[in-house]
Design a protein around this ligand. Structure first.
Ligand SMILES: [Zn+2]
Length: 195
């Protein structure tokens, strides 16, 4: 993974959302890739959740930012459970349920078919709603069985495995995959190292 910019390797906005934490499973290296409201709005556009960065001054609202991060924490736990074939932890599930109820309450439902919730696209609360609804779509559909977690030590990034055989292991073959090849090469050429 690159060191500073958010990455969009997930193949789904909800996976890219959780992937805004780098080295997710290695506490000493764990790092935020998006730190403020303006950064999140830019992220939302690149992730194709918002059509454009909203005009005008964005009010600084720490509560909105905290709500977004809390949703990300909940989704992180739910996705780990999904990949591990376990039941989602109760607090994370409660948080996701609440986020979904709020999203439905706030979103528009235009009288057209197929039925589709339309959350707002202006601020971090709208982003929270949009991501909760996208999470529902991901976790209730066939793509859920394609969610994988990178096998790179400490990486923890999620992605949709679109390979026919379902055998993709790395967030990026040029990144964690490369590190793994280097590790295996080192083990082969230094057979006594690490024993
Ligand atoms: Zn990785």
């Amino acid at each position: 993974m690159s060191e500073k910019q958010p990455s969009f390797i997930g193949g789904h906005p909800v996976l890219d959302f959780v992937n805004t934490v780098a080295w997710r499973t290695e506490p000493a290296r764990r790092a935020e890739r998006v730190s403020d409201a303006a950064g999140w709005l830019r992220w939302a556009v690149t992730a194709e959740v918002f059509p454009a960065v909203p005009d005008g001054e964005l009010p600084v609202d720490d509560a909105e930012l905290a709500e977004l991060v809390a949703l990300r924490d909940a989704l992180e736990a739910v996705l780990d459970a999904l990949v591990d074939g376990e039941a989602p932890p109760a607090p994370a599930w409660r948080a996701l349920r609440l986020a979904l109820l709020r999203a439905r309450e706030a979103a528009a439902l235009p009288p057209v078919l197929p039925l589709r919730w339309e959350p707002g696209t202006r601020d971090l609360t709208d982003l929270c709603h949009a991501l909760a609804l996208r999470a529902e779509e991901l976790l209730s559909g066939p793509a859920a069985s394609r969610v994988r977690r990178c096998a790179g030590p400490g990486c923890g990034w999620f992605f949709l495995d679109r390979t026919r055989a379902g055998t993709r292991r790395w967030c990026s073959s040029g990144d964690c995959g490369n590190r793994d090849r280097a590790r295996r090469h080192y083990a082969r050429t230094h057979p006594t190292a690490g024993r």
